[in-house]
Design a protein around this ligand. Structure first.
Ligand SMILES: C=C(O[C@H]1C=CC=C(C(=O)O)[C@@H]1O)C(=O)O
Length: 393
């Protein structure tokens, strides 16, 4: 079932949360029903730390920036009210103090909904020439040996259609991207973020598996170029292999040897193809009860969004990228909400930030020594179209 079939219930719950100034997260994991989480207060969402992924850790929705800062705080929205939107009348969790308030909320709220706004200025947007200069500087840094890989990104401002409806857009993204993690997160101060990401960062499943993936390399999906026929250039093969190596080095740091690696294979993400290697650990067979938590701390930000080695790549971006990524290329997702010990965290890619009359879209491209500036610009345009498609309906 989709949000449109449930729109009245979803709209009423979101309106209640937004009008009372509360943070909310709406998400749809592949093959599952959409869920809505509301936290009792903004203050309760400030944690400052990456979430713990153990079964006895607090339940909530993690919303983590690319870089932790006063402008973009680390957030963990406590699971004070949680609804499976296919059964909105039977909350999965509901604090008694919220239940009373919710009962009194209007059945048919006024539209448009008052989505939370960011208190930060709209980020700077690079022209094509500026972005291409950033790519050229990145390639020079690689050639000089300062970094092996760096992921250059940019923001762009797109007008919002007059009748834009964020819940309908969430619904449309869920329909267009059945295998993506689709999310709509709205937090006072941090603003409202909508996205459909293909990239798992750290998942701990009900049957005791830890999963992550190395996703990199991009080309358009066309009638001729499909997962069966796609061939990859040396540039993309290297770019993705670096991300895979980064994950293996995190396992090595923890002295974990018992992991399964599948790929690289060609994976579809909307209108794009990527190279993907899946990593899996059976947590019941290794003496690492905190593997999810430890890996999360080592992985973020992965070399699929930062670069390699991590520290000089991030330093390059801080000096040259010229804008604030905020929550783009951070991570997000539910922890211990579905069940204790089940967490699903994704890299916040293919996303936009809603502003009153416009959307800010974000995308990046992994650079190697063979990167061509105009091709990388085009790649960021294609990536922006994933979520941008809901702005031109
Ligand atoms: C940084 C992004 O994508 C990453 C994930 C897959 C492929 C990528 C690439 O080909 O550069 C990026 O590493 C983005 O979508 O903004």
């Amino acid at each position: 079932m989709t949000i449109s079939e449930l729109s009245a219930a979803a709209r009423r719950l979101c309106a209640w949360a937004l009008h009372s100034g509360r943070p909310l997260a709406l998400w749809r994991t592949a093959g599952q029903a959409p869920h809505l989480l509301v936290s009792r207060s903004l203050e309760a969402a400030y944690t400052g730390l990456p979430p713990a992924l153990e079964p006895d850790a607090p339940a909530g929705f993690a919303f983590f920036p690319f870089r932790d800062s006063d402008h973009n705080p680390v957030l963990f929205l406590p699971a004070d009210a949680v609804f499976d939107l296919t059964q909105p009348a039977q909350p999965l969790r509901l604090l008694p103090e919220l239940a009373a308030e919710l009962a009194a909320a209007p059945a048919a709220p006024a539209t448009p909904l008052p989505w939370h706004q960011s208190t930060q200025p709209v980020p700077g947007t690079a022209t094509q020439a500026e972005f291409e200069a950033l790519v050229t500087a990145g390639v020079a840094a690689i050639q000089s040996g300062a970094v092996q890989k760096v992921v250059a990104s940019r923001a762009a401002r797109w007008p919002l259609p007059a009748d834009f409806d964020a819940l309908a857009a969430f619904d449309e993204l869920s329909r267009q991207h059945p295998s993506a993690f689709v999310s709509l997160v709205s937090v006072p101060g941090a603003g409202t973020w909508l996205g459909a990401t293909p990239e798992v960062l750290a998942e701990v499943t009900a049957d005791g598996r830890f999963c992550t993936m190395a996703l990199a390399g991009t080309q358009p999906l066309t009638a001729e170029v499909t997962p069966l026929t796609a061939t990859w250039r040396q540039k993309e093969i290297e770019e993705q292999a670096l991300v895979a190596r980064y994950i293996v080095s995190a396992f090595k740091q923890l002295r974990l040897r018992e992991y399964h690696e599948t790929g690289p294979r060609t994976a579809v993400a909307g209108q794009l193809l990527h190279l993907r290697t899946d990593f899996e650990v059976n947590l019941r067979e290794v003496p690492f009860p905190n593997l999810g938590t430890d890996m999360l701390r080592l992985l973020h930000p992965t070399s699929a969004v930062g670069g390699m080695p991590k520290v000089p790549a991030l330093e390059f971006l801080r000096r040259h990228e010229g804008y604030d990524r905020a929550y783009y290329s951070g991570f997000l997702g539910p922890v211990n909400v579905e069940a204790p010990g089940v967490s699903r965290l994704f890299v916040n890619l293919r996303c936009l930030q809603l502003r009153p009359t416009e959307a800010v879209l974000y995308a990046g491209a992994g650079l190697t020594t063979d990167s061509d500036p105009s091709r990388e610009w085009r790649e960021t345009e294609l990536k922006m179209n994933t979520v941008g498609s809901v702005l031109s309906q």
